[in-house]
Design a protein around this ligand. Structure first.
Ligand SMILES: Nc1ncnc2c1ncn2[C@@H]1O[C@H](COP(=O)(O)OP(=O)(O)OP(=O)(O)O)[C@@H](O)[C@H]1O
Length: 308
């Protein structure tokens, strides 16, 4: 276990329904370093929220060890809760309070609150202070949840799907806020279904599948577990040679090469085209995306172990 990590889980399991119940989390090891943004990805039901709730101290692990800021978040809840912020998937606010009243009530429970007006401005709810919670849209309630999670200036922030249901502009706004929080030294663990979000924000990420971590690393490392592609079009009836270490798919005039060594394959293609005096149309070369890596994992039902 990485002793310097701010969030640590070792062989964490969580079972619902007692001895003969369902294992939602099956031996998760992870560590999040100070100031890092770590993303937890996975298909629906993979165990992200179940893991997060244990790390947040909202539930006890069935077995395994969890530490947040060096303490057990369930047993030493008082110490940990005053230093962390939590955005739940379903916050469940009192509907009759206004946005301002809700935020002020929450600010009254933390030891070093930020000014409420500043927090509402930060999350994009400036000017909505007098609106009742029941009148807020789903996206605005999400922003209110985010406001409450940061009002206490937490050292560690847990965000369960912080941008779910937000329009593209609000999502960008939340990304900038997250960036700002990272800039002030906050450690963030978030879950998301938006792979572009994870690729953009995460220093490192883990992909959960059926309660196990099946990939762990930087977004680039995880994407690199899938082959890269070189694509181009050839004039009709131009034969293309086989290249070592490269799989080829021909769709009319379109050639798709998949390869573990993008540079080598691209060099070979360009060398061949140069010798043939050919111009390759729509030539593109790109590494695999995080989305491709994720889909490959989601589609394999028996993935086990850590891939990176
Ligand atoms: N209270 C509960 N009792 C029994 N089973 C539960 C309970 N809560 C969750 N589960 C089950 O545990 C598994 C993991 O659920 P969890 O909510 O952790 O997944 P998730 O990765 O967060 O999914 P999503 O992306 O859909 O939010 C699911 O199969 C779910 O049905």
């Amino acid at each position: 276990m990485d002793e310097s990590a701010v969030i640590r889980a070792e062989r964490l399991t969580r079972r619902y329904g007692g001895r003969t119940g369902f294992d939602a989390v099956r031996g998760v090891d992870l560590s999040v370093r100070r100031g890092e943004l770590f993303a937890l990805l996975g298909t629906n039901g993979a165990g992200k929220t179940s893991t997060l709730e244990v790390l947040e101290g909202l539930a006890a692990p069935t077995s395994g060890t969890v530490r947040v800021l060096g303490r057990d978040p369930f047993q030493e809840r008082r110490f940990v809760r005053s230093r962390i912020g939590i955005l739940l998937q379903d916050a469940g606010f009192p509907m009759d309070l206004t946005v301002g009243e809700t935020a002020r009530t929450w600010a009254g429970t933390v030891s070093r609150p930020r000014p409420v007006g500043e927090v509402l401005e930060l999350v994009g709810l400036g000017g909505r202070e007098r609106v009742r919670v029941r009148q807020l849209s789903g996206g605005e309630r999400k922003k209110l949840g985010l406001a409450l999670s940061i009002v206490g200036q937490p050292e560690v922030l847990f965000l369960d799907e912080p941008t779910a249901g937000l329009d593209p502009q609000s999502r960008q706004h939340t990304w900038r806020l997250i960036d700002h929080l990272l800039g002030t030294g906050t450690t963030i663990l978030l879950t998301t279904h938006y792979l572009a979000e994870a690729a953009e924000l995460a220093d490192r990420l883990a992909i959960l599948h059926h309660g196990r971590i099946v990939a762990l690393g930087t977004p680039t490392e995880i994407a690199a577990t899938r082959p890269a592609r070189v694509t181009f079009s050839l004039p009709a009836d131009t034969p293309f040679p086989e290249l070592a270490g490269t799989a080829i798919t021909v769709d009319g005039s379109r050639i798709v090469l998949t390869t573990e060594d993008l540079q080598q394959t691209l060099e070979s293609v360009l060398y061949w085209a140069g010798n043939q005096g050919l111009r390759l149309h729509d030539l593109a070369a790109r590494p695999a995306s995080l989305e491709e890596a994720f889909l490959a994992i989601a589609e394999s039902d028996d993935s086990e172990g850590v891939a990176a």
